[in-house]
Design a binder for this molecule. Structure first.
Ligand code: LLP
Length: 422
């Protein structure tokens, strides 16, 4: 599935006319294709068929309730990293039992809330966390179910900021440390430690590091099983990359599933996968209006009404997102633009020296591949209200997040007119 192909020269996405859509809902506007998301979940399920495998969607990629509901309807559970994500997942109708809780810094309150809700499993990342889960589960008189997040020390060959499986990264624990936990598991009587977890990084375009990491985790599972430990769950994490630009080759879901099948051959427990990006990235676009074209000394700037506060990835990771001008571009002259937003930072740049059909003020552009880590990483920097979001399906759309207004943006601020002693 290539979103650019879906938009093409027709200016429609999931059967919805984008110019008409923004005439109603304004810009910047996130638009997601429901069929594209369904297609991805179904493709992944098909690839995993034959294994006892469950999808735990990484809510951080896009936590909008309507997106979560759509994924829940397709049978996905959730991978969460905060109490807020847990509430989102539960409200979207995802069963607590189908939620796994990852993350290096869970608070006592979050652990307690997760136990109260009855979430399926904690992915534990440190001994201090294991102790905390024990203490809180004991106080509640319940048993927590937990996996150890292994740090397999492999280079995921992705951007350093989203690489998580090297020994120097903050995530997970070494196999040696995990071995110690299993040997001493009687120390945590209120924790059922019966699973392994890994997540080596995001936007993985090569499956080689996954193969390597899986091999290390599988060897450890076999060692534990031989030592008499019951391993009921192996969670292989997320990370499956998508194609953001021509020339990039995203791994195939079937190849990915084949790796898992091969590495975990003989495993009788439950296999979990935690994709985020792969399910939603290409199903979303950020629609933006050209405010003006500015001729600098050295560059031609296309100034959009979307900015780094709406979509941070290009500023933060120098990530590439395809940009298309909506409308009939056949025969248009092409020019190189620096595509920028109105925020007062040079880093507020979506693309440099990008060839586009000649644009003018008022034109509509779509920034592609914006369904994952777009709206979920947005902020109100420069006092720019959060963008609206719509879900498109079968020629119609639903407003799934209304545009934030000024009052909502400042609603939690207070004048310093009441002074208290701490
Ligand atoms: N599981 C765990 C424990 C994770 O930390 C993550 C992502 C995922 C699953 C899902 O990974 P995915 O399938 O989406 O690659 N903001 C960055 C991506 C950060 C990913 C963080 N962890 C970006 O915009 O590229």
């Amino acid at each position: 599935m290539q979103v650019s192909g879906l938009i093409g020269n027709t200016g429609t996405f999931a059967g919805v006319d984008l110019a008409a859509l923004v005439a109603r809902e304004g810009t910047p506007l996130y638009a997601y294709s429901a069929p594209a998301i369904r297609e991805r979940v179904r493709a992944l399920r098909a690839a995993l068929a034959g294994m006892d495998a469950g999808i735990r969607y990484a809510v951080k990629a896009n936590g909008n309730g309507a997106i979560l509901r759509l994924l829940a309807e397709e049978g996905a559970g959730a991978d969460i990293v905060s109490g807020g994500e847990m509430q989102r997942a539960l409200r979207a109708g995802i069963a607590a039992a189908d939620i796994v809780f990852s993350g290096v810094g869970k608070t006592d309150a979050e652990i307690d809330a997760a136990l109260a809700a009855g979430i399926g499993r904690f992915n534990v990342e440190s001994r201090a966390e294991l102790d905390a889960i024990q203490r809180i589960a004991a106080a509640r008189g319940c048993t927590a179910v937990a996996s150890v997040r292994i740090n397999p020390d492999v280079d995921a060959l992705t951007h350093a900021k989203i690489s998580t499986g090297k020994a120097e990264n903050k995530f997970g624990v070494s196999i040696a440390e995990a071995r110690g936990w299993f040997d001493a598991k009687a120390q945590w009587p209120n924790v059922r430690l019966d699973g392994l977890h890994m997540h080596i990084g995001s936007q993985l375009l090569s499956l080689d590091p996954v193969r390597e990491a899986l091999a290390r985790m599988a060897a450890f599972w076999k060692e534990l099983a031989a030592a008499g430990h019951d391993i009921a769950s192996i969670d292989v994490g997320g990370g499956l990359g998508v194609r953001y630009r021509d020339g990039e080759q995203a791994p195939d879901a079937f190849d990915y599933a084949a790796l898992i099948r091969e590495a975990l051959h003989g495993f009788a427990g439950r296999i979990l996968v935690e994709p985020g990006r792969w399910l939603v990235a290409e199903a979303g676009v950020l629609l933006s209006r050209v405010l003006l074209v500015k001729r600098g000394e050295a560059r031609r700037f296309l100034v959009l009404d979307a900015a780094m506060n709406d979509l941070l990835r290009p500023s933060l990771y120098e990530a590439w997102h395809d940009i298309v001008r909506i409308g009939d571009n056949t025969g248009c002259e092409r020019l190189a633009y620096d595509v920028v937003g109105p925020v007062c930072e040079t880093g507020d740049t979506f693309a440099q020296n990008r060839e586009l059909p000649r644009c003018e003020a008022g034109d509509l552009v779509a920034i592609l591949g914006a369904g994952a880590y777009g709206a979920s990483m947005a902020s109100t920097y420069n006092s720019r209200p959060l963008a609206a979001e719509v879900l498109l399906d079968d020629g119609r759309y639903a407003l799934i997040r209304r545009r934030q207004d000024f009052d909502a943006m400042i609603a939690d601020e207070r004048p310093a007119d009441e002074w208290r002693s701490a």
